[in-house]
Design a binder for this molecule. Structure first.
Ligand code: SF4
Length: 563
């Protein structure tokens, strides 16, 4: 499976001298026309940034004989989404200094800046490092940001989940000094390629890790290459179920690519998370397909070799037998927005952030409100895997004043949203993402309104149904793991998926192709009507669709919608 000619990206990594390549030289020419070389573009991902261009203006500029409006997306790595108030203020200041005055929470508890110009890139990344954060390994063929529940509950289990996320994050960072040299003017130590875990060519593809516990699968642990699900007895952590081989990306009309949920592989003791993670990274490093990047994720190794083979390889690597896993416990997704007691006398307030965009608009001054909340009340923000934000460590006596501050700035609270809006995700897509086939974030609100209106017509407005929208099938917002997936197909049209479950434990199936943006709600409505009429007690929408079956669900659409 992995024996073909190495892809071009493999050659770039091999020749990069520890992710250096020509990045420093190319960034030193900020007025250069055109984009970066392919090598620098590829290697910069490992440093947490993608070169992009404004796709809205590209055609017009070309007709006017102008170069594209080149710019960078810069992604901050924030293990478990945890940020201190001081770090939030530092990032907030960078949004004006280097970007477009906004920040964007990612679906992996990170933070992105958009429209950073080449001349500002080095300073932007250096300023992020000064805030004791990093962009290193936020993108690229390495272990990405580590996710877990955002809930800041002050109990032993949550403390452990958070600690494991931080420990994995630092232990699995690449060791190259290239990032320090390029962005922090660190002294060159030459072509150091001492990467004891990754080796000189790093991983075949990105690698995602999530940690969860059965009562909180907000991180969608099974959508990760590697997941750890806590096992407890009497409130004590007794170990972890290890799940391997999840991943959302696929390519339209290429059946050899597919989204996949991870399989449970084995069970380990409470203190064996890092050891297992390193072994699974080595498995991906040594067995992933380096000839075809569309086939390079660990999920294809697991799908094609099988779970027994995977367990045997890990057992060989670790030098001890690994038991088969116990049955997966039922995973659930709790409500974490609104006010919650942390358990230490303080509170957290979870705020819904549509599409994760932190901006001041004519309707709501969200960015200002959050900055003032941090400054006045000393709260520490936490990014969630749902692109929402929690303000943690709120003192009891500050709750009313914080609520008033947010209301004064026009902020919407979770309880003011219908569940479909509350539980919706969207990726960035146009105009910045180079992969986007159509809109994502910019049609998020209208598509949610369409579906919400359809739900209301059938008395379903209060049902907990998730909707996930992406501008292409790469699946950054995990569209195949929710109740409703809306996946960009071509300009202005989407593929629709249903049948996943709210808890992220079952994949959805496609029901309609090339549905126009303004027809998403109408296309789904016959299925919602059937759900309202025929659901069983307590049955979720995705569960109903799965029970009904793909053919019968598609038949509900009629011929008009299933173009
Ligand atoms: Fe870009 Fe596709 Fe990811 Fe959306 S899902 S951000 S369009 S790569």
């Amino acid at each position: 499976m992995a024996g073909g000619k190495p892809s071009g990206a493999e050659g770039i990594k091999t020749a990069s001298a520890g992710l250096r390549g020509t990045i420093a030289e190319e960034l030193a020419a900020p007025d250069a026309r055109g984009g970066l070389s392919e090598s620098a573009y590829t290697l910069l991902k490992f440093h947490g940034t993608y070169e992009q261009f404004d796709r809205d203006t590209a055609t017009e500029r070309k007709q006017a004989g102008l170069d594209k409006d080149w710019q960078f997306m810069v992604r901050v790595r924030a293990p478990a989404g945890r940020l201190t108030g001081a770090q939030w203020l530092a990032l907030d200041a960078l949004a004006d200094r280097h970007a477009d005055g906004t920040m964007r929470l990612t679906t992996r508890q990170g933070m992105q800046f958009h429209t950073v110009k080449r001349g500002n890139l080095k300073d932007c990344i250096a300023d992020i490092e000064k805030a004791l954060l990093t962009t290193m390994a936020a993108c690229g063929d390495v272990v990405r940001n580590i996710t877990t529940t955002a809930a800041p509950r002050r109990d032993a289990l949550h403390a452990r989940l958070e600690a494991e996320a931080f420990n994995l994050s630092s232990a699995l960072l690449p060791r190259t000094r290239a990032h320090h040299e390029i962005f922090l003017d660190g002294e060159s130590v030459g072509e150091s390629q001492d990467e004891p875990l990754y080796g000189p060519t790093y991983l075949p593809r990105k690698f995602k890790i999530g940690l969860a516990h059965p009562a909180d699968n907000t991180p969608d642990v099974l959508a990760n290459d590697l997941g750890f699900i806590a096992r407890t007895r009497g409130g004590e952590l007794i170990g972890w179920i290890v799940t391997i081989g999840g991943g959302m990306g696929m390519t339209h009309n290429k059946p050899a690519t597919y989204p996949r949920l991870a399989d449970p592989i084995t069970v380990i003791g409470p203190d064996e998370v890092l050891e297992m993670a390193q072994a699974v990274v080595r498995l991906s490093r040594d067995h992933g397909d380096r000839s075809d990047r569309r086939h390079a994720r660990l999920k294809y190794v697991v799908a094609e070799r099988g779970v027994e083979w995977v367990r045997a390889r890990l057992s060989e690597d670790l030098g001890r037998p690994l038991p088969p896993p116990p049955p997966l416990p039922r995973l659930t997704v709790p409500e974490l927005l609104g006010w919650h007691a942390q358990g230490d006398g303080r509170w957290w307030l979870g705020l819904p952030i549509p599409s994760g965009r932190i901006a001041d608009t004519s309707r709501a001054r969200l960015r200002t409100a959050l900055r003032e909340a941090v400054q006045r009340f000393g709260v520490d923000p936490i990014a969630t895997p749902q692109q929402d934000l929690m303000l943690s460590n709120v003192r009891e006596e500050d709750r009313d004043a914080l609520t008033d501050l947010l209301r004064d700035h026009g902020i919407t609270f979770a309880e003011e949203l219908a569940p479909i809006a509350r539980w919706s995700l969207s990726c960035t897509a146009l105009p910045t993402c180079g992969q986007a086939l159509t809109e994502g974030e910019r049609v998020h609100a209208p598509i949610v309104v369409q579906v919400q209106d359809a739900l209301e017509r059938h008395g379903l407005l209060d049902e907990r149904i998730s909707l996930r929208l992406t501008g292409c099938p790469n699946g950054c917002a995990r569209p195949y793991a929710g109740d409703i997936g809306v996946v960009g197909r071509a300009p202005g049209v989407y593929s629709l998926f249903v049948g996943g479950d709210f808890e992220g434990t079952r994949l959805s199936f496609p029901i309609a192709d090339k549905v126009a943006t303004d027809a998403v709600g109408a296309t789904l409505e016959p299925i919602l009507a059937a759900y309202a009429a025929r659901r069983t007690e307590g049955e979720g929408f995705g569960d109903f669709c799965t029970r009904t079956g793909p053919e019968a669900v598609r038949a509900l659409l009629g011929t008009a919608a299933a173009a």
